[in-house]
Design a protein around this ligand. Structure first.
Ligand code: ZN
Length: 202
């Protein structure tokens, strides 16, 4: 699902990054891990295609599985911050939200941040934007949705692959049915289009 944010969103949130200028690359991202049942499968598949990606990890998961964080980095992927406990922006004040992101960062050491649910207030975006690149997406697989079939999940991504796209997947149990079906097909399609899968490095 290709998403172009309305101009008002871009004006209110100048810190948010929706795509990355590139002639020949796409940027696959995986949120909500690391997960011992899913993340190794993703890493094995990416290695098969010589593809690199960015993992927006939940701090609590990273604390429990530092070996997965090490493996992600060792294999040339980027790590991003996705709060300590998948914290909802709406339910916490600016101070405690920023503290939560910084707590997560003790396990992640990243300058990339993606807000859970893609929601963040202008005030929090301003605060976090001083120290983090806030990465959104322009192509959402909707792999997590029980209303999206695995065929539909492929259709949400493959037609929108083009240079500069940031594609959102999830390495979580909830999304695994759709993600495991869709990711190999996206990697094949990227290869056919001569698009290289790179990590986000800003
Ligand atoms: Zn998330």
């Amino acid at each position: 699902m290709y998403f172009r944010p309305p101009k008002i969103v871009r004006t209110l949130f100048p810190q948010l990054i929706w795509n990355i200028e590139s002639q020949d690359s796409i940027f696959l991202t995986f949120d909500d891990g690391p997960n011992i049942h899913i993340t190794p499968w993703v890493l094995d598949l990416l290695r098969k295609y010589d593809a690199k990606a960015t993992f927006f990890c939940i701090g609590k998961n990273a604390e429990q599985h530092p070996e997965l964080i090490e493996r992600i980095r060792a294999e040339g992927h980027a790590i991003g911050n996705h709060t300590y406990s998948h914290t909802k922006s709406l339910l916490s004040n600016c101070e405690s939200y920023v503290e939560d992101v910084d707590l997560a960062n003790t396990f992640l050491q990243s300058n990339l941040f993606r807000p859970p649910y893609g929601r963040i207030s202008p005030a929090k975006a301003r605060r976090l934007g001083e120290r983090y690149n806030i990465i959104m997406w322009d192509t959402l697989s909707r792999d997590y949705s029980k209303y999206v079939s695995h065929h539909k999940c492929v259709r949400e991504v493959v037609p929108y692959l083009r240079a500069g796209a940031i594609v959102a997947f999830h390495d979580s149990l909830k999304a695994s049915r759709n993600m495991r079906y869709t990711l190999p097909r996206v990697l094949e399609a990227a290869r056919e289009l001569n698009l290289t899968c790179r990590p986000i490095e800003l």
